[in-house]
Design a protein around this ligand. Structure first.
Ligand code: PEP
Ligand code: MG
Length: 591
């Protein structure tokens, strides 16, 4: 690892979430707008206040027309026409007259008047059943932000979909729906104040191979757009104004990484088999059909987790059966005969839709999420299952449910799937009659009753990201307690072991698809505990394979047996490190 930073430069330490080093100009986004204060005005000041409002409206209109023109040039008039709805808001006389009336009658500043009236309109719109009208609420809020920025003299927020030049994004937070919008060609890397290794934005960064560091506390308040930085996603460091010496040291690190990458590339066509001949199926996690290329390019044995919710983010409407069918079929066809496990929708938690009304919850990860939504919103579930079933005619699909917490849920989901299969049979639409269905084990309750669940599925996939957060009561998103998020906690090791034993008793195979599976240090432990398959970010397939090919299953079993006797997470981690650093030191030399 490079020397500590030199004078003249400033460095910040956070949580490394996506390996790789990049450097470039910063773009700070998402700085919180100051609260909109209510200012009482004198009678004499009111005419000028209405005037300010009119000017801000004209300015907003000009900005929107300019964006519309640029987007239209770059992407065609259809994308540009999205802004028609925004322009219409600015022409809504009822709204604008009411704002002017509030200024004059209540003698208040334009910001307060505009914000309160527009927010009331938006709240009314978002409460309406009609989907079209609900979407107008988000148009209303977008336009309100622009008008308020203009009234407050704040700079316009960069449009993440169309960045002007390559940059490193720095922000307080980046939600999965924001991240899904990023102009990937121009984002060199990103760094955030909050977040953790298993937040979905971090997971996306790994799958996009964008270097990323999260949990940098207040970095977004300390760095300015335009500053030059170096971002080390391997060690979790952001260096502002790096000196020549630092750049040189990082140049050396990049070279060493390139040598390692070459060694990993040599294994692409080789199987993930241990030194004593145990074949491990090593799959990849994907978020969209187009990622199938990455799966092949990294030499994976198939897809162990297709997170379908990303099809639902970043679009104006819910994708229907047909659109989903195309996407699942595309992934299956691209990878045939390799297996592709499609996970049914896992919305909620940190993944929300702008176009679907989702309640604001105090504990979203414990709330309306994943299979719970699917079992209640039957139209959404039906469309998705029909799409998966139809695509299963390709012959290499499997399907699994997220966040199963008990037998009733599993049976209910299975019964609905049978119902939808019967519909397709009636309609004479082909599907794979032998489609394998699995359950994710990501709640402690599911792990504890794995014995009962195993009778109703063909495979389990342990979602350690959630299993750890729910078992240890440690929010997977919260950087303040990231030190308590311990994959090697004895409770987790024992839960995985009992899940594997229950599954194997019923001849059910077990995969691990959480981030734990992609950490080379922990792979031996998982295999030693009896896990049959692993599924990791495509970019992590090569290092995990490298490790497996230097490992003996017998030593992995010894490691797991000793871990099951241990009483502390630190001790188990130390044993994992001792084994893996010993057999594959080159994987860890830059950390
Ligand atoms: C998990 O919880 O480990 C998992 C793979 O699902 P997600 O990260 O999408 O919640
Ligand atoms: Mg999960």
């Amino acid at each position: 690892m490079p020397e500590p930073p030199h004078r003249g430069e400033q460095s910040f330490r956070g949580i490394p979430v996506s390996a790789g080093v990049c450097r470039g100009k910063v773009l700070v986004i998402g700085r919180a707008r100051p609260a909109i204060a209510k200012v009482q005005l004198t009678e004499a000041a009111l005419a000028e206040e209405v005037n300010r409002l009119e000017k801000a409206l004209v300015q907003t209109r000009q900005q929107l027309l300019e964006i519309q023109r640029k987007v239209g040039e770059g992407m065609g008039s259809q994308e540009g026409s999205i802004f028609d709805a925004h322009l219409l808001v600015l022409e809504d006389r009822t709204l604008l007259d009411e704002v002017a009336r509030v200024i004059q009658e209540q003698k208040v500043n334009a910001e307060h008047a505009f914000h309160s009236v527009a927010e009331r309109y938006a709240a009314t719109l978002s409460g309406i059943e009609d989907e079209y009208l609900r979407e107008r609420a988000s148009d209303m809020r977008d336009v309100t932000t622009r008008v308020l920025n203009n009234l407050l003299g704040l700079e316009e927020e960069a449009d993440l979909r169309h960045l002007k030049e390559p940059c490193i994004i720095i922000s307080h937070d980046l939600t999965p729906s924001n991240a899904a919008q990023l102009d990937k060609r121009n984002v060199l890397g990103f760094a955030t104040d909050v977040g953790s290794r298993t937040s979905h934005t971090a997971i996306m960064a790994r799958s996009l191979r964008i270097p990323a560091v999260v949990g940098l506390r207040d970095v977004s308040g300390q760095v300015e757009s335009g500053q030059y930085v170096l971002l080390d996603g391997l060690n979790g460091v952001l260096v502002v104004n790096p000196t020549d010496q630092t750049l040189f040291e990082y140049g050396q690190l990049i070279l060493r990484q390139a040598t390692l990458q070459q060694r990993l590339r040599d294994l692409l066509q080789e199987p993930a088999v241990t030194l004593d001949g145990h074949r491990v199926l090593l799959h990849a996690n994907i978020e969209q059909a187009a990622d199938a290329e990455q799966v092949k390019a990294n030499g994976a044995d198939g897809v162990g987790l297709f997170r379908t919710e990303y099809l639902f983010l970043n679009r104006e409407h819910l994708p229907g059966e047909e659109q989903q069918y195309q996407s699942y079929r595309e992934a299956a066809a691209a990878l045939k005969p390799l297996p592709v496990v499609i996970r049914t929708l896992d919305l909620g938690g940190d993944k929300f839709l702008a176009h679907m009304q989702m309640p604001t919850e105090l504990n979203p990860f414990l709330g309306w999420r994943a299979i719970r939504i699917s079992l209640q919103e039957r139209d959404i579930f039906r469309a998705q299952i029909r799409a998966i079933l139809r695509a299963s005619a390709e012959g290499n699909l499997k399907m699994m449910y997220p966040m199963i917490s008990g037998l009733d849920e599993l049976k209910q989901a299975n019964a609905l799937v049978e119902e939808y299969k019967a519909e397709l049979r009636q309609e004479k639409i082909p599907f794979d009659e032998h489609l394998e269905i699995g359950a994710m084990i990501e709640t402690p309750s599911a792990a504890i009753v794995a014995d009962s669940l195993a009778k109703h599925v063909r495979f389990f996939s342990i979602g350690t990201n959630d299993l750890i957060q729910y078992s240890l009561a440690v929010d997977r998103m919260n950087e303040k307690i990231a030190h308590l998020y311990e994959p090697t906690h004895p409770a987790i090791v024992r839960l995985i072991k009992s899940t594997v034993d229950a599954a194997h008793k019923h001849k059910v195979r077990v995969s691990v698809c959480g981030e734990m599976a992609g950490d080379p240090v922990l792979v031996a432990l998982l295999l030693g505990l009896g896990v049959d398959e692993l599924s990791v970010a495509p970019s992590l397939v090569p290092p995990v394979k490298f490790l497996i090919r230097r490992l003996k299953l017998s030593e992995a079993r010894e490691l797991a047996a000793s871990a099951l006797e241990c009483e502390s997470a630190g001790e188990i981690l130390a044993r994992c490190q001792e084994l893996t650093w010993g057999i594959a030191p080159s994987l860890f030399e830059n950390q």
